[in-house]
Design a protein around this ligand. Structure first.
Ligand code: AMP
Length: 285
């Protein structure tokens, strides 16, 4: 199913993927970059990092229905397939795994993995069930690709902690690699959802990365409640932006005990700009 002039192998079924990987079994380690498509430079940076560390890079594109907690968000999720293909060809990615829903969910199934509190904090509070859906699909992708390395963006920081927990509980032999957030020149974190922003909304959305960078500047050693309050006030001064949460937490377990200076501290937020929900975060120490 190779497209004409490129070396990108486009594969749509698990059987064909495994067959192909078997034939190329000398190409180790295998790196996986899971995405939902509508690729931007953030995704492409993951692929670049994967290429530096793996002999074979599989990018998956699958808009996973079980992780959406809002049906209209799922329905309007962008699917620019042709543009994605040409970006992957240009990036010289080896394999695009692009299954359909029937392939990943051939029958109704129950999934639940208890990973404790981390599932329910921050994003989990606003999108209940989201991380169960994320674990369900990432587990399936790991089973299909059997990657040695898997690459995820810090942009979805809580997701990394969730997937770490899942790989630990399921004893999966995969190393997770965290890649930095890629931003637009003006600071806005790249996201497939940014295309839903009007010009005006896009300008308003800048307050999110601005507030985080101000927080980082003022942060010295302690995550004082005043710092958080100041950042929240900056955001609430932008009436088009509805903040859902802004938390300063311990990077290890995402709880609010930030007293141990040896542990990293991160500020995370989610906000709605018009109808578009955006997330962002910044490591403070
Ligand atoms: P998504 O397609 O939004 O599910 O994202 C797929 C992967 O790309 C996830 O690991 C994200 O964290 C990562 N990603 C998304 N946006 C960015 C960004 N701006 N910079 C770096 N990685 C990103």
């Amino acid at each position: 199913m190779n497209s004409n002039h490129s070396s990108l192998e486009i594969i749509k079924t698990i059987a064909a993927l495994q067959n192909h990987l078997q034939k190329q079994s000398s190409q180790k380690p295998v790196g996986l970059v899971p995405t939902m498509g509508a690729l931007h430079n953030g995704h492409l940076s993951l692929i670049k990092t994967a290429q530096a560390q793996a002999a074979m890079v599989v990018c998956s594109i699958f808009v996973n229905p079980t992780q959406f907690t809002n049906i209209s968000d799922l329905e309007k999720y962008p699917k620019p397939v042709e543009a994605d293909l040409s970006k992957l060809e240009q990036a010289q990615c080896d394999i695009l795994f692009m299954p359909d829903v029937q392939e990943m969910y051939p029958q109704k199934e129950h999934w639940h993995l208890n990973i404790g509190e981390i599932e329910h904090r921050l994003e989990g509070k606003f999108r209940p069930g989201h991380y169960q859906g994320v674990m369900q699909i990432v587990y399936k992708l790991f089973m299909a690709v059997k990657p040695d390395l898997a690459f995820f963006g810090q942009k979805d920081f809580q997701q990394i902690r969730v997937i770490e927990k899942m790989t630990e509980l399921k004893k999966l032999p995969v190393k997770l690699v965290v890649c930095p957030i890629i931003r637009e020149a003006d600071g806005l974190a790249m996201s497939s959802r940014n295309i839903h922003l009007s010009n005006q909304e896009r300008k308003h959305a800048l307050v999110l990365s601005w507030a985080l960078s101000q927080l980082k500047k003022s942060y010295v050693k302690e995550a004082s409640p005043e710092l958080r309050k100041e950042a929240m006030e900056l955001i609430s001064a932008e009436p088009q932006v509805q903040l859902e949460y802004l938390e300063i937490v311990n990077m290890d377990n995402l709880n609010q005990d930030t007293s141990d200076p040896t542990q990293g501290i991160i500020a995370l937020l989610a906000a709605k700009v018009g109808q578009t929900r955006l997330i962002d975060n910044m490591i403070l120490s």
